[in-house]
Design a protein around this ligand. Structure first.
Ligand SMILES: [Zn+2]
Length: 441
């Protein structure tokens, strides 16, 4: 064979090979990402329509029928994307229940959990009931940013992945709880669906509104635990207070404990830890009503108090910090004044979401997605500005978790709650591309 001819053949063959393999290989990553973005842009009218309908349906946590109705609205939308939807009944924890939607992709490479909630703080007797446009970019409405907007964002992202055939690369569980704003009790039952879904997943994404700014996300949230201090003293005429067998009485003992919490170097030295007494009462008789957070008391000014009660909370950044601080508080309580006793009890509470290495890595991935899409970097929300949320129950069971991927807005939990409408598409694009890249890793 002629050398030139051989060279010609080799060149032609390799050229054919290159063209052919290129044509049959999967589409390049940037091309897929562009199609995700385009899909979300095209779907904006649909997204806005769902937002308006869900905001205009009252779903205050205790309006069980309303929560269910908003659940049905989203349930229908997830079913249209091919998700298997299920309603988890909430009767055992006195709430409406939760919507769970699943999609097990045929070539799933990653198990993700997406978290939202259906309820709002606005019950049917609130004056705030409707979606109202303010201008091109803003609207007010009950639960618009916290977090019906976040649910819509999640749905748009999944719709884009589905329309472009890449949802098959993911195993997705969506949990939209019906009692985020006022959790059903016991928490072991009301958070069960969320914990089960988290145990199955590798990555958890929360679509809460975070601190309301799309340039930030939550890698950590402080846990919140309520406590109750019950103090008993020895009743006697006030003229006998401090006598060896009478002692100081319940009110002095309660005051000592609370002041010692306040002044304690170890407790005050814990970064991100806060602890606060919210209600205090003392006297000869106490009638405590935890349901409406009231305590009534009777006590004459000339009697050493027999009972005192303080209720408060403590917020910590990690389980270790919480354990350490609880132990320190118990040690303070145990230094009783003469002839008094006191007991400090903590309730089950919301666990902390600690700023783990996995969470920071997920934030870095998300920030990179945002920069690549031209939306700038994303930084972590200061945990002092982030309350507890449902993701806290999931975070311990996954490798990586972030929250705050929902709709930007302001004045949540007030009748001026406002949503920033352009964030509907912006956040959906970032979530869709993040999910796609997680599946490529
Ligand atoms: Zn919320």
């Amino acid at each position: 064979m002629n050398t030139y001819f051989r060279l010609f053949l080799v060149t032609t063959l390799s050229l054919w090979w290159a063209v052919h393999t290129h044509a049959s290989s999967p589409e390049s990553q940037p091309a897929v990402e562009q199609r995700l973005v385009d899909h979300i842009d095209r779907q904006q009218p649909v997204a806005l329509d769902l937002l308006v309908r869900s905001v205009n349906t009252n779903s205050g946590t205790m309006n069980l029928a309303g929560v269910r109705e908003v659940g049905d609205l989203f349930s229908e939308a997830f079913a249209q994307l091919g998700f298997a939807v299920e309603w988890v009944e909430g009767a055992s924890f006195q709430r409406a229940g939760h919507l769970v939607a699943r999609y097990a992709g045929a070539e799933a490479r990653r198990k993700v959990l997406l978290i939202g909630h259906l309820d709002t703080v606005f019950e049917p007797d609130s004056p705030f009931q409707r979606f109202t446009r303010i201008d091109d970019e803003h609207a007010t409405g009950p639960g618009i940013a916290d977090m019906k907007g976040g649910n819509v964002i999640m749905l748009q992202a999944l719709s884009a992945l589905r329309a472009n055939g890449v949802l098959e690369q993911l195993d997705v569980t969506v949990v939209l709880t019906g009692d985020e704003e006022l959790s059903g009790k016991p928490l072991a039952l009301s958070k069960q669906a969320l914990v089960d879904a988290a145990r199955h997943a590798d990555v958890a994404l929360g679509f809460e509104n975070g601190d309301g700014d799309y340039r930030t996300a939550n890698v950590s949230r402080r846990g919140s635990v309520s406590w109750r201090l019950d103090v008993t003293g020895t009743p006697a005429h006030s003229s006998q207070v401090f006598r060896e067998d009478i002692g100081s009485g319940a009110i002095y003992e309660a005051a000592r404990i609370i002041s010692a919490f306040h002044d304690d170097d170890a407790l005050r030295g814990e970064e991100y830890l806060t602890f606060n007494p919210g209600r205090m009462a003392g006297g000869t008789t106490l009638r405590n009503n935890p349901v409406d957070n009231t305590t009534s008391t009777y006590g004459k000014s000339n009697v050493v108090a027999e009972f005192a009660l303080v209720e408060g909370d403590i917020r910590a950044l990690s389980a270790e910090q919480l354990t350490r601080s609880k132990a320190r508080m118990q040690a303070i309580v145990a230094e009783h004044l003469p002839q008094t006793t006191a007991e400090l009890a903590f309730d089950e509470g919301y666990p902390p979401m600690a700023p783990s290495a996995g969470n920071l890595r997920l934030l870095a991935l998300y920030s990179q997605v945002s920069e690549d899409l031209g939306f700038g970097p994303v930084t972590a929300v200061n945990p002092l500005r982030a309350g507890a949320a449902d993701i806290s129950f999931a975070a311990d069971h996954v490798d990586m978790a972030i929250d705050g991927l929902g709709m930007s807005g302001s004045e949540g939990h007030t009748v001026n709650e406002t949503g920033y409408l352009p964030s509907l598409a912006l956040q959906a694009k970032r979530a869709a591309v993040l999910l796609y890249r997680l599946a490529q890793e």
